[in-house]
Design a protein around this ligand. Structure first.
Ligand SMILES: [Fe+2]
Length: 192
């Protein structure tokens, strides 16, 4: 069967571009911005993720590893590219990513991102707690990065599944980080 030959960006080319970013840039913000640009290009390529995950039309919920890179990363080696296939309404508690930065890209569907920060008495709250300071929805092809120490949570707002691609500048099970309860003000260490 004849195939249409197209020159399109691939996950393998993306991986090489990300490696070059880590090799040539030391500023984590610059790294996150550059990688976000490459991810936007990758997300615009149709079909590649379903092919990698061998995904059916529906379901397939869960997390999938796409690439673990022991050669480069920030602050240490071991950046990780993964995909999560999210159920409608799937969410998580506000959390940070420790000393790493993270890029979230929506391949298909829509997720809401909320950002949080600590507020203390004198800053409009009675007691110290994390407060929301903004939210936005990422739809098909949209990319957002989160810098070291930033706090956010996510919610799948699509009626069906959302396919989310995430890059962790160092695999999160290697870093110390926290999860937050906005109601009680408590913070707990996360295992990953
Ligand atoms: Fe996160």
């Amino acid at each position: 069967m004849a195939q249409v030959q197209t020159t399109s960006y691939t996950m393998e080319a993306f991986i090489e571009d990300v490696r070059n970013v880590f090799r040539t840039e030391t500023d984590p913000h610059v790294q996150a911005k550059m990688v976000s640009g490459f991810m936007k290009t990758l997300l615009a390529v149709p079909g590649w993720l379903e092919e990698k995950l061998e995904l059916e039309e529906q379901g397939g919920y869960g997390r999938y590893s796409l690439h673990l890179d022991e050669e480069t990363g920030h602050p240490g080696n071991g950046w990780w590219l993964m995909a999560s296939v999210q159920e409608p309404g799937q969410d998580n508690l506000p959390h940070d990513h420790g000393v790493t930065w993270v890029v979230y890209g929506v391949y298909e569907g829509a997720i809401q991102q909320r950002k949080w920060r600590w507020a203390f008495p004198g800053e409009g709250v009675e007691k110290a707690q994390i407060v929301e300071h903004g939210r936005f929805v990422q739809e098909n092809g949209a990319v957002a990065y989160f810098l070291p120490g930033e706090i956010h949570d996510t919610l799948n707002v699509e009626e069906g599944r959302s396919l989310v691609v995430r890059l962790e500048s160092q695999k999160l099970d290697r870093v110390t980080r926290f999860q937050y309860n906005p109601e009680t003000g408590s913070m707990t260490m996360m295992n990953r």
